[in-house]
Design a protein around this ligand. Structure first.
Ligand SMILES: [Zn+2]
Ligand SMILES: [Zn+2]
Length: 358
């Protein structure tokens, strides 16, 4: 086969008409580089970050193929990767980033901060033969991308969003103090996908109570199913007491929650920020508050290869205990991308999924 039929959603810009278009094309297999791997995408999900770009609230290069969350099957491996463990036919999850593994940041374990790194869903059509994002039938990944083979008990629905949210939460939870967890309480601010995974991971890590806040009823029901204790923000006063929580993890992306987070932390507590990724957001805490409570404030952005492995292992281990498939809602065809974006925007489901038309 010299080429394969392919499909992709090309994004032109939030201020353009049309904003995007689904096109049918092909990929010439002879052009696959020696250090490239062609993956057929089985299922991809729309992240909150993709929505922000589509709605013009975050910037992206254009024209491009957005999307970074996906599960796929390896079609072809570049000639210099023939002896690697990944083979055609393998069902895989892959890291959001391609990294060099050589620069000072990669060497210190921060592969996501690689000096020459590349994030999938963030390139233009001029890179990776125009298949560098996941809202497509295929994606071309490079040698510095971590690929993890998926066990059979991790379904496509369970696997599609894991290379973003659960791998990041595996990173976040790996940075928390674990000693004496059974006597510690955690508050997660936000029951989106990050918060739900966080509930399950911290519950399994043995923390005594894992509270999780939100104001959407469907999400609060999920908190219950994933080992957390839901706190409905629509109910006034429904928040832990002052100075009662050991660890607060922000994953909601709303700076208005910060004062409450500080208030409930015990002296010596840890405040971890994951969701407030906007560079213009100020941390609404005074130095005096930090000193007074002896707080540790920390930030977590994305993850390194080992955290993707940890995320896959977690879902494989607990696939019967937690309803991971329920975190992904309806599946749309790429040709119905506009409908999928609309559904994702109304927040009825934590993730809306897409698959190629053929
Ligand atoms: Zn994502
Ligand atoms: Zn690097």
């Amino acid at each position: 086969m010299a080429s394969v039929s392919a499909q992709r959603v090309v994004f032109f810009g939030a201020d353009r008409t049309p904003r995007f278009m689904t096109e049918n094309t092909h990929i010439n297999l002879g052009n696959l580089g020696p250090e490239e791997i062609l993956i057929k995408i089985k299922l991809t999900t729309i992240c909150r970050y993709d929505l922000q770009i589509l709605q013009g609230r975050s910037k992206a290069k254009t024209p491009s193929v957005l999307g970074h969350e996906a599960v796929g099957e390896v079609v072809k491996v570049g000639s210099s990767l023939d002896d690697e463990a990944i083979k055609p036919g393998d069902r895989v999850s892959f890291s959001l980033y391609d990294s060099c593994f050589k620069c000072k940041f990669c060497q210190s374990g921060f592969h996501q901060k690689c000096i020459s790194g590349f994030m999938y869903g963030q390139g233009t059509l001029s890179s990776h033969q125009g298949f560098s994002g996941c809202f497509a039938s295929h994606v071309i990944v490079k040698r510095g991308t971590k690929l993890v083979k998926l066990p059979d008990n991790v379904s496509d629905k369970m696997a599609a969003p894991l290379n973003c949210a659960i791998a990041t939460m595996a990173h976040a939870t790996s940075m928390l103090p674990t000693e004496d967890a059974k006597n510690k309480t955690v508050l997660i601010q936000g029951a989106g996908l990050f918060g739900i995974y966080g509930c399950a991971m911290l519950h399994q890590a043995g923390y005594s109570k894992v509270y999780c806040t939100d104001y959407i009823a469907e999400r609060l029901k999920l908190v219950n199913c994933f080992g957390g204790i839901p706190l409905d923000l629509r109910v006034k006063g429904n928040y832990p007491d002052d100075d009662s929580i050991d660890i607060v993890i922000e994953v909601c992306g709303n700076p208005a929650v910060i004062p409450e987070g500080v208030r409930v932390l015990k002296p010596g507590g840890v405040y971890m920020f994951v969701g407030l990724v906007n560079h213009n957001t100020s941390l609404n805490i005074t130095v005096g508050q930090l000193i007074d409570k002896c707080l540790t404030v920390t930030g977590v952005d994305s993850y390194s290869p080992e955290h993707l492995e940890a995320g896959v292992d977690f879902i494989a281990k607990y696939s019967n205990k937690y309803p991971f498939e329920n975190l992904v809602g309806p599946i749309f065809k790429l040709s119905n991308f506009d409908k999928a974006v609309k559904e994702a925007g109304n927040q009825r489901f934590l993730r809306v999924a897409l698959e190629a038309d053929c």
